[in-house]
Design a protein around this ligand. Structure first.
Ligand SMILES: Nc1ncnc2c1ncn2[C@@H]1O[C@H](COP(=O)(O)OP(=O)(O)OP(=O)(O)O)[C@@H](O)[C@H]1O
Length: 240
């Protein structure tokens, strides 16, 4: 559903990402974790064509990105960085437009409003919403058309605990129905509840996986980052 083959992108001074190899299969939830600046958002932006790699290949729904027919983008639901919405339109109008743009049945809008408990704000303009309700609208908008590939960058940002539960249910249900899900997060315990795999990014590189069922995930996370930083520093010393 989504593959990265030796994908690199450098931002000059910024690290970017290097030599990424990753595959996210149908029905699988893969969580990306890493410190600030590790490259999670860059990976997500590459996955949805917002950035082009310097080298390597990104494949979405079986096609190299540059060859993906535009109609196939309807099979992707992505929220990377901020929710996209028309500020002057209401929540319901925004959902309806997002639905029509993807060629879906507009009846999915009422279901999405219900799933995300957006009924009370359905007729409010997007620009007047609280941060959490903007995020819920954004998530409803990118999931309502039942995408086969779901790409979400820190989706629990600004969500209250009950919305985090809705998010969890939505992602596990969709993966059980066959969607491939890739999600980045800073909340290790939260992703451990839903992820089949937790992939660790450090300074632009994938450095391995954490076992979602493992004990003391936080400690393992920091140990792995520390080991990676130490071995890189040693490599640098040897080459200098
Ligand atoms: N447009 C850009 N121009 C220059 N450098 C960039 C740009 N976008 C990202 N970077 C750099 O690439 C690296 C990875 O950034 P990225 O935003 O992907 O990290 P992240 O893991 O999502 O971080 P966070 O957890 O803080 O959101 C950082 O060093 C960042 O400074």
């Amino acid at each position: 559903m989504l593959t990265f083959e030796q994908v690199s992108l450098s931002f000059g001074e910024g690290i970017g990402v290097a030599e990424l190899d990753l595959a996210v299969a149908e029905g699988e939830i893969v969580a990306l974790v890493g410190l600030n600046g590790a490259g999670k958002t860059t990976l997500m932006r590459l996955a949805v064509g917002m950035l082009r790699p310097d080298s390597g290949t990104v494949r979405v729904l079986g096609h190299a990105l540059r060859e993906l027919p535009s109609a196939r983008w309807c099979g992707v639901g992505a929220l990377v960085e901020v929710p996209l919405a028309y500020p002057e339109l209401t929540v319901r109008e925004n959902l309806r437009i997002a639905c029509l743009l993807r060629g879906s049945d507009p009846r999915c809008v009422e279901r999405a409003l219900d799933d995300w408990r957006l009924g009370p704000v359905a007729d409010r303009r997007f620009r007047r919403l609280s941060l959490g309700n903007r995020q819920r609208t954004g998530l409803a908008s990118v999931l309502q058309h039942d995408p086969q590939l779901i790409v979400l960058d820190e989706p629990s940002n600004a969500l209250d605990p009950s919305s985090v539960l809705v998010l969890r249910d939505q992602l596990t249900k969709r993966a059980a129905e066959g969607a491939a899900v890739v999600v980045s997060s800073h909340h290790l315990d939260e992703v451990a509840r839903i992820a089949d795999r937790i992939v660790l990014l450090n300074a632009g590189r994938l450095i391995g996986e954490l076992d979602p069922t493992g004990r003391d995930l936080e400690r393992t996370f920091f140990d792995r980052i520390h080991d990676d930083d130490t071995s890189r520093a040693a490599e640098c010393e040897q080459t200098s």
